[in-house]
Design a protein around this ligand. Sequence first.
Ligand SMILES: NC(=O)c1ccc[n+]([C@@H]2O[C@H](COP(=O)([O-])OP(=O)(O)OC[C@H]3O[C@@H](n4cnc5c(N)ncnc54)[C@H](OP(=O)(O)O)[C@@H]3O)[C@@H](O)[C@H]2O)c1
Length: 299
Amino acid sequence: MAHWIHDDIPDQTGRTAIVTGSNTGIGFEAAKALAEKGADVILACRNPQKGQAAVDRILAGNPKGTATLLQLDLADLDAVKAFADRFAEGHDRLDLLILNAGVMVPPESTTAQGFELQFGVNHLGHFALTGHLLPLLKAAEGSRVVVLSSGAARMGQMDFDDLQFTTRGYQAWPAYGASKLANQLFARELQKRLQAGGSDVLVTAAHPGWTATDLQRTAGLFRFLNPFIAMKPPQGALPTLRAATDPDADPVDYFGPHGFMEARGYPVKQRMVDAALDEGVAARLWQVSEELTGVRYGL
Ligand SMILES: NC(=O)c1ccc[n+]([C@@H]2O[C@H](COP(=O)([O-])OP(=O)(O)OC[C@H]3O[C@@H](n4cnc5c(N)ncnc54)[C@H](OP(=O)(O)O)[C@@H]3O)[C@@H](O)[C@H]2O)c1
């Protein structure tokens, strides 16, 4: 079977897309490809200088669509709300929301509201953002939410007694794994609740295998091995782009590379980890996320 590549992205003219963390890495490549295909892309980035530089790089290629910066810091729930409010001032619908931004194994640190940084940014910030933007997603026909997870979800566990790693003490990799498992649980529960409420917003998910990006900035061994093993970002963005645009995608489809250990290759449908299939855990995470963020979906 032929590989799914950039040429397979359908025309995106008239569609508005938000890509979080799109100043670099996979998010940048996804934003660039969508703009090239005609979408109006909002780059949701925390650092305005880096974000504007990314917008300028995309516009320098004379894309068919547009690229605009809107500042978003997922590590501060007030900033997340402010972002959604600013977006809603200029838009009455949203066609595509790509929850891409992420941090991996940083030194111990917390968000503005005191949550462990990886759980706070990778999961809670995106949970809050999606909740704020849901009315605009519902207002668009054929809209989609794409959640970025990782093979690291395999090592994730939802310890509801210690989600912030305070009792156990901070452990960088288990905390990353938990946040990436939370991404999969969130995708499934969001789709379930949307369907139960009669909404046709589609939720899909993706993981980019092993792609050489800034993500490995604090993961020394991975950074060292990047030139030998990892894919380059344009290819690493393909699972995201397929999850975002493939007309044949089904609810909670999870796209990842087809090759050995799903580390490299072209995007195909993959299986989420077993722990993500537990509906009780997904429902509990949803409830806890609503409590921690104060964002209630009404779903
Ligand atoms: N690369 C891989 O091999 C790999 C494997 C599995 C999963 N993933 C997932 O793929 C996604 C993209 O990662 P990547 O590899 O492209 O990493 P990256 O190059 O480091 O990009 C991550 C992006 O997230 C942004 N970000 C971090 N904290 C943020 C915050 N508080 N608010 C808003 N944006 C924030 C970063 O902004 P700054 O530039 O300002 O830091 C950057 O734009 C992540 O969800 C990651 O978990 C990647």
